[in-house]
Write a protein of this length. Structure first.
Length: 168
């Protein structure tokens, strides 16, 4: 037999890890899917299965930092864009709270709609101008789009880091 058990173990671990990384990164298109956490868990699985050498620890720490940055990018980008268009901190905070509350009691997709709707309603009441309230809600959604782009980019970088770890 030309290939021993160690070879097939490596093929299996690499295959499972790469599959999970691809699913995690592709899943970032769905806003409520925790793709970067899935990717991070794939790194943890790979390190546990193959061992953490110096290169492995360095790459795992980098992946951890990227995962944290990606997971907070939603809040930063959405809030930044909404503030740039004139949103109050109160309406942004209300949007976050409404999104979380609706996600818990209904569905995560309903929670996604709750953030811009609640920001729109608060800004409509505050500014009494539908155009300004719509602009703020739209800006929140633009920030959300940018955060998705950032998270997908981070997911692709994480796949590249894993390839460096596994195949060099």
């Amino acid at each position: 037999m030309p290939f021993g058990l160690e070879f097939w173990f490596k093929v299996g671990v690499d295959g499972v890890t790469l599959f999970v990384l691809i699913v995690g990164t592709a899943g970032l298109i769905i806003p409520v899917f925790p793709g970067l956490i899935v990717n991070w868990l794939a790194f943890l699985f790979y390190g546990a299965a193959t061992g953490f050498d110096t290169k492995g620890w360095i790459i795992f720490i980098l992946a951890t930092i990227l995962m944290i940055i990606g997971n907070v990018s939603d809040n930063i980008m959405m809030g930044k864009k909404a503030r740039e268009s004139g949103a109050s901190w109160f309406s942004i905070g209300t949007g976050y709270i409404a999104s979380i509350g609706i996600s818990i009691f209904f569905t995560p997709l309903a929670g996604l709609a709750a953030a811009p709707v609640s920001v729109f309603l608060i800004e409509l009441i505050r500014q009494r101008k539908i155009g300004k309230a719509l602009r703020v809600a739209w800006s929140l959604m633009v920030g959300w789009g940018w955060s998705i782009a950032i998270r997908i980019t981070i997911g692709v970088v994480m796949i590249g880091l894993w390839m460096i770890w596994a195949w060099t």
